[in-house]
Design a protein around this ligand. Structure first.
Ligand code: NAD
Length: 436
């Protein structure tokens, strides 16, 4: 099948590459000329494990193309995926201007039947709005379907090639059949495709992300309570997770959720509720707890240094919002850095993958180290903000030699308590005993 993808970011590029890998001819459209030029020359604009190999293979096989020319791509395709940004507006509601603008352009440019597949995360009722905008521009028949994306950054290729399920909201039989054909390689291997109406499909995405945000936040509160009463969250987590109604995943406490999806989707669902005169109390509480959790270690660091961190050097390991991605949108590292800088600390950060993205925002307000150990030179404390694998088994002797003081604040619970203890470190993690 010939497919156009409009918006070649994390979702669009991975979706486009996956659909090409499944044998389709895919035309990826983006307004960012530099990005498109780079992709034409084989440069992958984002970091995602295993993406580059699949991307290059499909360019080579002439199944994956890049252009800034929407009309040209549309003329070649019957199916048009929208993978456009839906950032939070000032009041937290999803900004649909990118999606509706492209819907308008499609309406003006299309010359034959199209299925418009919305992969962006959008509020309930957006399929209807897209339909109205296109219909106001053309009499040519078309269908709009909702096909939310559930990929996880860091595992995007794996998730796209082997999704747990495909959700499709469609009311037209013709569009349903086309979607079933596209995803036939998945259904063939037992991956379910769940058809429903567009509104239920749109809400499924928000409900899934909000539930995960609640699950993380619930566990963070349990972790904070563990510290109050001397319980160990690792034990509690294992005890809870063994119940298969609960499961072990998403029970790891830490310095809050970030990223491009959970914060924005929780906000957008609260806001959608508000517009329908419905109050999502649990989501409001989740947001509050999470914003506090993200910087919970800053007050611990302050207390450790007797109330002031003016002039202290804090090393930060990890800047990405989670491991295996260069994405720093709403990353907890940034909240911590801003607050630590405000309080007069000097920051030396290390992240092999996300550094460049942080440089674009913070410039030389902080220093950047070339290695995890270099970041520790003369540091008064280390704050671990991302669970990158390279931090999992460090050389504690070397760390001790390079640091001013053997002090770790671990926002990702990277180590069993006995390891920093044996190496003589002060070690503060989340929901567990502090090693002094
Ligand atoms: P992104 O910002 O990485 O990519 C969006 C791309 O769209 C950019 O390359 C931008 O240049 C391009 N663009 C903007 N306007 C355009 C236009 N008029 N024509 C063509 N291209 C245009 O965004 P993303 O992270 O891929 O997210 C896209 C959507 O998918 C959002 O709704 C998001 O909530 C949802 N989503 C994201 C993830 C994720 O992990 N990133 C997961 C599931 C769903």
């Amino acid at each position: 099948m010939n497919i156009t993808i409009v918006g070649t970011g994390y979702v669009g590029l991975v979706t486009g590459t996956t659909l090409a890998e499944l044998g389709n001819s895919v035309y990826c459209v983006d307004i960012d000329e530099k990005k498109v030029e780079g992709m034409k020359n084989g440069i992958v604009p984002i970091y995602e494990p295993n993406l580059e190999e699949m991307f290059l293979r499909n360019i080579q096989a002439e199944r994956l193309f890049f252009t800034t020319d929407l009309k040209k791509a549309l003329d070649k395709s019957e199916v048009v995926y929208l993978a456009l940004p839906t950032p939070p507006g000032e009041d937290g509601s999803a900004d649909l201007s990118y999606v509706l603008r492209v819907a308008h352009d499609i309406g003006e440019m299309m010359t034959d039947y199209k299925v418009i597949v919305n992969k962006s995360t959008v509020p309930v009722g957006t399929a209807d709005r897209v339909r109205e905008v296109i219909a106001s521009k053309t009499d040519i028949p078309f269908d709009v379907v909702s096909n939310p994306e559930f990929l996880r950054e860091g595992f995007a290729v794996e998730d796209s090639m082997n999704p747990s399920r495909v959700v499709v909201g469609a009311s037209s039989e013709k569009a349903k059949n086309i979607m079933a054909t596209i995803y036939q390689p998945f259904t063939n291997t037992g991956i379910p495709i769940i058809f429903m109406d567009e509104k239920s499909s749109e809400l499924t995405k928000y409900a899934a992300n909000s539930f995960l945000a609640v699950k993380i936040t619930f566990m963070n509160e349990i972790a904070n309570y563990c510290e109050k009463v001397g319980a160990d969250v690792d034990k509690v987590r294992l005890g809870m997770g063994s119940d298969d109604r609960i499961g072990h995943r998403f029970l790891f406490p830490g310095i809050g959720y970030g990223g491009s999806c959970f914060p924005k989707d929780v906000k957008a669902l609260i806001n959608s509720g508000k517009q329908d005169d419905f109050e999502f109390q649990i989501l409001k509480a989740t947001e509050n707890v999470n914003s506090h959790q993200k910087v919970i270690l800053v007050s611990e660091i302050e207390n450790y240094f007797g109330g002031s961190i003016e002039g202290k050097t804090i090393a930060i390991w990890g800047l990405a919002f989670k491991a295996n991605t260069d994405d720093i949108r709403e990353a907890s590292s940034l909240d911590n850095i801003r607050l630590l800088l405000e309080k007069g600390a000097r920051i030396v950060a290390y992240d092999a993958v996300a550094e460049n993205n942080v440089r674009k925002i913070l410039g030389d307000k902080i220093q950047y180290a070339k290695s995890m150990y270099e970041a520790l030179d003369g540091a008064d404390a280390l704050l671990i903000a991302t669970e990158w694998s390279e931090f999992k088994n460090p050389n504690f002797e070397l760390m001790a030699k390079r640091m001013n003081s053997k002090t770790i604040f671990d926002g990702r619970n990277m180590y069993p308590l006995d390891i920093p203890a044996q190496n003589g470190f002060y070690y503060k993690s989340i929901g567990r005993k502090t090693i002094v």
